[in-house]
Design a protein around this ligand. Structure first.
Ligand code: GRF
Length: 195
């Protein structure tokens, strides 16, 4: 049984989708939900599902490294085989990433390699793209650039705003990430492509 730690910063809708998919015939189980923001709504959702949580406040640490050292301590105490970044909004240092490289995944709301970084939907709309989507990739020291483990495409529709496009992509994130984790936890790195 693979043990999965999930890192969040906000509402945790991706975390919930992952947790809900880890049922009795899934090769993995959630063992920790940790956040860099104690007010993250996802923490209460995880606690309600009896998943151990860790609420850190990155603003209370003197350096990025000090925060990551504490975060790593909480992660390692849960002995995870896999770490899933799910709406986690902190840039991680290469030192932290090296610690978990090869078993840390992230979901990014664009069709990488297009639009690494922030404001992905606004950039897709500004470029006049006809389609958008999301990507699950292995986390490496290069931001949003690790090996791709899955992608899901959605149409950009006439009249789309950043909000309507974000909502359409988020729905696909909730399908893609669980499908990728199920495959990754079974030792299969064949990319999941949706639809
Ligand atoms: C969303 O913008 C999603 O596209 C990205 O993280 C943000 C929050 O996700 N992956 P969540 O609801 O906290 O999972």
């Amino acid at each position: 049984m693979k043990r999965v730690a999930i890192l969040i910063s906000g509402g945790g809708s991706n975390m919930l989708a992952l947790v809900r998919d880890m049922d009795e015939n899934h090769p993995a189980r959630p063992v920790l939900v940790a956040s860099n923001d104690p007010s993250a709504g996802g923490l209460a959702k995880a606690a309600a599902l009896n998943i151990p949580t860790a609420a850190l406040d990155h603003r209370t640490y003197p350096t990025r490294e000090a925060f990551e050292a504490d975060l790593a301590q909480h992660i390692d105490a849960a002995s995870p085989d896999i770490i899933c970044l799910a709406g986690f909004m902190r840039i991680l240092t290469p030192g932290f990433i090296r610690r978990y490289e090869g078993r840390m995944l992230n979901i990014h709301p664009s069709l990488l390699p297009k639009y690494p970084g922030l404001h992905t939907h606004a950039r897709a709309l500004a470029a006049g793209d006809r389609e958008a989507g999301c990507t699950v990739h292995e986390v490496t020291a290069d931001l949003d650039a690790g090996p791709i483990l899955g992608q899901a495409r959605v149409p950009v529709l006439p009249g789309d705003s950043e909000e309507t496009l974000a909502a359409r992509v988020l729905t696909m994130e909730h399908r893609l990430y669980p499908a990728v984790l199920r495959r990754f936890a079974a030792g299969d790195r064949t990319p999941v492509l949706l639809p």
